[in-house]
Design a protein around this ligand. Sequence first.
Ligand code: ZN
Length: 148
Amino acid sequence: MPLFDFDCPFHGRFELLLKEAPKGKRSCPTCKARSPLMAPLTVMHPDKLWAGHMTEHGYVTSKSQLVRAEKVKGVTHLSNRHEVEGMKKVAADARKEKEEKSRRNLRKAFDDTFAGSGVLDSFGHLRPESIKEDDASEQSLSISAKVN
Ligand SMILES: [Zn+2]
């Protein structure tokens, strides 16, 4: 049962345990004077962090303080499905771009090494006859395996 505060005009503040919020005044237990309800001090806190909490961003005593601390550290909260999917798409694009770049670099290294050496044809593919040669075949095969 909640505790309610009343203000007697003669004796000041007194408390009563009541099942529900009272409508109107209550009698003072000392003098029976009709006394109005007061705003209870115990519920006058700004938010659920008001009592002080240790968070991963330090000690905070309000929600707004936590929000400020997170802003300083660049923390982003993903609140809905669209934001989560957006972040996944950005990550997937970055991964794809990285793989593409690595493929280009390998291709370039391959071309730089073998172009004009007679190992590659005009399309940049390995010549079949170059694979048959005993000397270069081992090396060429291992490189073509990497490219594929
Ligand atoms: Zn009284």
